[in-house]
Design a protein around this ligand. Structure first.
Ligand SMILES: Nc1nc2c([nH]c(=O)n2[C@H]2C[C@H](O)[C@@H](COP(=O)(O)OP(=O)(O)OP(=O)(O)O)O2)c(=O)[nH]1
Length: 137
């Protein structure tokens, strides 16, 4: 049996909105929207991996807040865990530096306005239900 490889995804929240990122590669995922993040490296703590990936991919300084309970299967052997995260006060605004070609801040009512990667939909639903205000859904 192949070992599972952990991918960490961020529900980066600001002013009640969630940051969605459109993937630019590989071809089979390009155009699909996802939670920014990436693979946890050997010996790395998942939260530290997420902070590192957010810095590499978006140029931001962020911190994790809470883990969204659950584990979402991606293309084998990957599985994804998700944390809510926020920008530190001195952080730059997110920019699509790596892996993405567009970013969008989505209000709860706009969450389904982008075509999420199919494997991300259950994770995004959990983020919406657990971490976003119900008033505007
Ligand atoms: N970051 C991220 N990856 C996702 C999501 N959904 C999904 O299927 N994936 C897949 C794409 C990749 O096959 C795998 C790992 O993501 P990645 O390519 O961002 O990881 P990474 O930056 O560490 O990768 P690498 O370029 O260093 O190899 O997870 C998601 O919401 N966020």
């Amino acid at each position: 049996m192949t070992e599972r490889i952990l991918v960490v995804g961020a529900a980066l929240l600001d002013g009640g909105r969630l940051l969605a990122a459109r993937r630019s590669a590989p071809v089979e995922a390009a155009g699909g929207w996802e939670l920014p993040g990436g693979k946890v490296e050997p010996g790395e703590k998942p939260e530290a991996a997420l902070v590192r990936e957010l810095h590499e991919e978006l140029g931001v300084d962020a911190e994790t807040v809470d883990r969204i309970p659950g584990s979402w299967p991606l293309k084998p052997p990957y599985e994804m865990w998700v944390w809510t995260a926020r920008l530190l006060p001195a952080s730059a605004a997110p920019r699509p530096l790596q892996d993405h070609d567009e970013l969008r801040w989505l209000q709860p009512s706009e969450i389904w306005s982008v075509p999420w990667l199919p494997q991300d939909v259950p994770a995004v639903r959990a983020v919406l239900e657990r971490a976003m205000s119900p008033t505007e859904r």
